[in-house]
Ligand binder design. Sequence first.
Ligand code: MN
Length: 710
Amino acid sequence: MEILERIKTIYPSKEAEVCIKAYDFAKKAHENQKRASGEEYFIHPCFVAGILMDLGLDSATVSAAFLHDVIEDTPVSEGDIKKEFGDEILELVLGVTKLEKIEFTSREEEQAENFRKIFVAMAKDIRVIIIKLADRLHNMRSLNFLSIERQQRMARETLEVYAPLAGRLGISRVKCELEDLCLKYLEPDFYEYLTTNIDERLKEGEGFVEKVVNEVSEMLKESKIVGEVFGRRKHLYSIYKKMKERGKTLEQIYDLVAIRVIVNSVDECYEVFGKIHHRWKPVPGRIKDYIATPKPNMYSSLHTTVVTNFGKFFEIQIRTYEMNHSAEYGIAAHWKYKENKKEAGSLDTRLSWIREVMEWQGGLKDSREFLNSIKGDIYSSEVLVFTPKGDVISLPKEATPLDFAYNIHSAVGNRCVGVKVNNKMVPLNYTLSVGDIVEIITSQNSKGPSWDWLKIVKSPSARVKIRQFFKKEMKEENVKTGKSMLEGEAKRRGYNLNDILTEEAFLVLSSKMSFNSQDEMYASIGYGAVTVNQVLVKLIDYYRKNQPQQEITKFYTTSKHQSSGVTVKGMQGILVRFAGCCNPVPGDDIVGFISRGHGVTVHRKDCPNLKNAEDGRLIEVNWANKDSSIYNAGIKVIGTSQIEILTSVASCVAQLKLEIVSTNGRVDNRTKQVIVDFNIRLNDKHELESLITKIRQDSKIIDVYRTANS
Ligand code: MN
């Protein structure tokens, strides 16, 4: 209840209403849930909200704090929160929920840095990070109810990721408390030793600290400066670090307590500074002017260590109230001092404020570094993603899963057959974003990378590895096989490879398929990286579109084939062939295509390959009346089992006294349906139609239709 009273005193009534609504909403949602301590779960979001109020955050942040575990831990949905609280609060809650899913566990130093970057980049709105820090702070405070193993894991993660992040944002109050709590769980003996002994040592020297405080207070009075002077024990973790890093004993550390002087203006800071140096001798190298040159996290203060008359050292920090507030609240101080300014919620607007402060304070280089470090990857050229085990992989911006696979190992890249991002299948050219968890699916049966991959990958190293693979496969044998496959298939379709594989045609083809040479193309057909048809379709396409008009008569007079069953209007003695792509049969509407060196090719009028043909090259053709010619037609039959399809079609074909010329079946990986192409020998269109009708009557057949390309 107390927290509701605080909300009412801190925020304007309208904002307070929203906070209280969030309080009630979350309380209801978490009803009956308990924490590890056995307490009501709801006290956790309350404490988090309280910490954020202490830090001076705005009312939206506090509302979001009440709601921060609601989506993750209760049946409440995004839509519910959007409806009740609007987009700003929803975005904050979603941000925290998203970060919840990252597990940092124990990492090496550089990895920890990557995690901090991911964290910041994913948060987008810096308030999300501050909520997360407050969440972690309260969890660390109530850590004693968890198993020792979990305590240590959480403390290590906090020490490596969260405490430095709080430091980076300048929220030293949170940073120090987090660090001390980490020490308590990671080095319990040391912690125990420090707490008991420091108190003792402070008791011994208490009179001394008091004496110095009094003397400095006198100085202020003499100079008519209003301010505060007090002694402040340094936080345990910083003492621990000093002892560990410099190999000192507790007795050798003289600045267990710092004297802090807080005044109203910068001028007064320097005045007090001068007076102190006048009274006591400063220790060389220990005078720090962080007002003239603030620390990268915008910490400003004057520091000096002096020697007293009795030979004792002590540290004095002099700063204004505003500096003191910034030092403890860091970036969070922003909301306190700029409360009245309405600002857009974008990260950039929020960060521009820091930029202003820092440029004004003159630390331009540092400010850039600072900005870059807290903005993480958003504007940098890398994208950090996770392996399923939680390792961080750095890739160039806009990288794809293939870049990821080759980054892991060439073998992983070469055998990649699919990819899951955040547990969902995605295409190989998917653009990865920061924080994605990427899982590469490999197969021993993979034929290796495809040439298209060269266009997908963004990292030079992946490109090199793919090329290496192709180089290895560039064996003479593969080149030979590929070439004869391509020649054979071209011939089957009625083309001469030499005609269609011109230099320009190859240039166009390689721009699409990334072949460096014709041999590369043959080789990749040879070992199966691309299919013959993939190449051939493009070549034929180019050929059709780019054929110059020809004088027809020149080519066709020598033909001996006249009994093909088709007459060409206005011409006799012309070589007539049936197009392999659509296999016309008598009864079909047909049209002739005047092809170079091959006379007239007869296509079905609806053949898709004729779509782009120039009118001048099409010629009217007709079925001759009397005809005993035999034709091949293609049909595609879809079912669930190959045996069923074959049995059904074979029996229909037999009943109609037709003949199966060839079959070719495959399974559609996506639908799991079996698809079988048949080439049927028959006399005319009617026979074909009755065959299709007959097959269709079989209930085991899903579909059957005539193919344009058989
Ligand atoms: Mn929480």
